[in-house]
Write a protein that binds this ligand. Sequence first.
Ligand code: NAD
Length: 467
Amino acid sequence: TFTSYLSNSKHRGEISLDQIKETFTNQQAYFLNGNTVDYEFRKKQLETLKQMLKDNETKIYLSLKMDLNKSKHEAFTTELGFLYTEIDFAIKNLRYWMAPDKVPSPLTHKGSKSYIMKEPYGVTLVISPWNYPLQLALAPVIGAIAAGNCVILKPSELAKSTSYLLAEMVKSYFDGSFFTVIEGGKETTTELLTYPFDYIFFTGSKNVGKVIMRAASEHLTPVTLELGGKSPAIVDQDANINLAAKRIVWGKFTNAGQTCVAPDYVIVHEKVKFRLLKAMIKQIKALYGKDPLKNKDYTRIINVQHFERLEQFLNEEKIVHGGNVDKEELLIEPTILDKVSWNDDVMKDEIFGPILPILMFTSLDDALFKIKSGDKPLALYYFGEDDKTQQQVVEYLSFGGGSINDSLYHLANPHLPFGGVGASGMGSYHGKFSFDTFSHHKSILKQTTKFDMPFRYPGGKISESIA
Ligand code: NAD
């Protein structure tokens, strides 16, 4: 059974090098035969993907529980429900997305018509992380399928139940020559990266992102890199403090802070710091209970290495709330650190856990300048009521995307592209942006043969030709 398989890790078969070669070759042949191109085929595959998820909901909840102790509510809102919305959106708009875009032609091109075709790349590779092990694996696949590509998906080996479940589900619902899952870690990925994929979509850390891009350059394979970074939440003195506290606490401690767009730290105006702290502590208790370590629905840390990495930030002196851990269960209580400075260790790299440092500012300009001088974050959240200041903040700083007076919410709107900039990544997806990411935009000019404008040829007079 599923659970006995999972408890017996020696059954977990990584695929051999020969099998990788065979899979890649089969997919190439499948694509070259033109199987994936027509609308009906793509629509059917998207419907199959949805059916696969519907039929396996119980197993999905179970595997997310086993990997991260995700509650059913969180598993639905942040993983399954998100995927259903994306699939429905793609099915509804597919015909329109696939249609060529007609564009004007300049006067110098009189008689011709111009349009942009959307062409699938071919055989694509999707590499995903462990923190939303279902959603971040399949959301790019929706785009790849909608755009008419074949897909090899390499999920994260750290979320091993979900990785296994993905492999099993995809095997029974899809032709492996079209869409398949290859499980494994660094070695398998390194092997996969030697193949001339037509597109690589990677979600993960900055360092591995560099490895992916380097390998892709060998074959001139285009890439999307969805990376991370330190996403700030700025709380200004005129912010609605209670709501800001609630939305930051929710954004930070959902999935125990293991969210690429989680507010990494809060930087708050000195005048409202005390009120914000008090309100955040109240919200933590309201959302996770008096003792979150005993809350059966509180997400755990993925593994002992990450747990120990996070434990180092639990500096007694700075803890103003939380700080308790349960190492057996890999749980870290929602924790707030106060009086943190930019030089503290916790401010060096993305935290990726339930620890929230609070910094303070007296001048918003100085705070913004400090943020601007660091890496461009994946997300940015500004809490404040003044329209002009809101606009100044989002104009002045460069970041992947963000929300004003909220956290995380921007990424759940399929009309907004989701992606990073600079150190937080390149390229974007969700909704139509996923389709566009996985499509080559091919320009076509269809020229008339009824006449031939003379001016381009030697001796041709421009004024006569256009007249
Ligand atoms: P990771 O980079 O360690 O792993 C991501 C994937 O790369 C996994 O499938 C893994 O097996 C593979 N991999 C790991 N080392 C490799 C190597 N040396 N060569 C080739 N492949 C390798 O990332 P993670 O720990 O799984 O995820 C956490 C990171 O991902 C955080 O930095 C987070 O911010 C980022 N993230 C970004 C987004 C986003 O949408 N931008 C979403 C979630 C997570």
